[in-house]
Design a binder for this molecule. Structure first.
Ligand code: SF4
Ligand code: SF4
Length: 169
């Protein structure tokens, strides 16, 4: 498995994101019957080719959402109250109605190693990211449309779906 080259990834995104997003829109409008089953197989291939530790682009460029349970758990770890924790690191996004990081990269990312310094107690959103497959994929395609720009695993997933499913659209 090759380490992720983010410079190369950003170039590919610039060139192809419009095309791949158009494909995803077509998929939303006309989902093939085999979509959910194919996605499971394609996801396996993606993780055989993707190494997150050489990437960490999600932690550098995006923010997770912090649920009340996440905030309580992580604040307790730092011997802080949830209010102190939010004041120090989070901001409430009125549109999305959730708590997010004030800054990127994430304050809990170790920039030397690309590792999460609170891995065991990280937000649930981080442990599920990049949410490549869902039981009903079609309701989740809009998330891939957003993440394709930041996450090489999502990009690969959509690229492979495009190769595999385009003939049936
Ligand atoms: S909490 Fe950890 S996994 Fe989540 S964004 Fe921050 S560094 Fe990344
Ligand atoms: S989930 Fe995506 S953006 Fe995050 S480290 Fe893995 S490949 Fe990179």
């Amino acid at each position: 498995m090759e380490p992720t080259n983010l410079r190369l990834f950003n170039k590919k995104v610039k060139l192809n994101k419009k095309y791949l997003r158009t494909f995803l829109t077509k998929l939303e409008k006309n989902p093939p019957k085999k979509l959910d089953k194919s996605a499971v197989e394609i996801e396996k291939q993606v993780w055989q080719e993707t190494e997150c530790l050489s990437c960490a682009n999600c932690c550098k460029k995006m923010t997770p959402t912090f649920s009340p349970a996440d905030i309580k758990r992580i604040a307790t770890h730092f011997k802080m109250t949830p209010v102190e924790f939010k004041d120090k690191w989070l901001v409430f996004d009125k549109k999305a109605k959730d708590w997010q990081n004030k800054k990127q990269p994430c304050q809990f990312l170790d920039m030397q190693t690309n590792m999460c310094s609170i891995y065991e107690i990280r937000p649930a959103d981080c442990s599920g990211f990049p949410h490549l497959i869902k039981r009903n994929m079609i309701n989740y395609i809009h998330v891939h449309k957003q993440n394709i720009e930041y996450c090489p695993a999502t990009y690969k997933m959509v690229e492979k779906m495009q190769l595999f499913l385009r003939p049936s659209l």
